[in-house]
Design a protein around this ligand. Sequence first.
Ligand SMILES: [Zn+2]
Length: 185
Amino acid sequence: MASQDLLDRSENACELCSNKAGLRAHSVAPHQDENPDHQVLVCEVCATELQAEPLSATHWMCLQGSAWSGFAPVQVMAYRLLSRLTDAWALDLREQLYLEEETLEWAQEGLPDADAVATVDSNGAALADGDSVTLIKDLNVKGGGFTAKRGTLVKGIRLTDNPEHVEGRVNKQTIVLVAAYLKKA
Ligand SMILES: [Zn+2]
């Protein structure tokens, strides 16, 4: 449910893409309350696209308009989404945005740490949760009693706290894989 304040502010339209179907309030992390100053009104399409991994650059072209909203929670959402898109227009747009210091701090909370070391495969390509990879060498699975053959496809990997390791399921077992011995599929 969206509060009347939120509906009034947004003129009953999605604050990200202006659609009017399936409107709902989205609390902008880390806030979880019903205060409109911490919420954005989103449509059903945006609500779905927010969960998509990776984000749809096509859908989020709508930010070219909405990123200029005068409302802090909308600015924060736009800033975070733009930070996760790699297209040139998104980078340019984020550079152009001007956020009040307080809003910028909020926007940057929860974004990946720029200093964090990325997990990369044997070719230096960044790996992310949910990626599929192939093994580039035979892997003797200690304790598993089998060898995962070179070329084995591993779907839906998970990153770990260690940038050199990912987890994946091989032979129905979750095992740790060395990122340097993987190739993004
Ligand atoms: Zn929308």
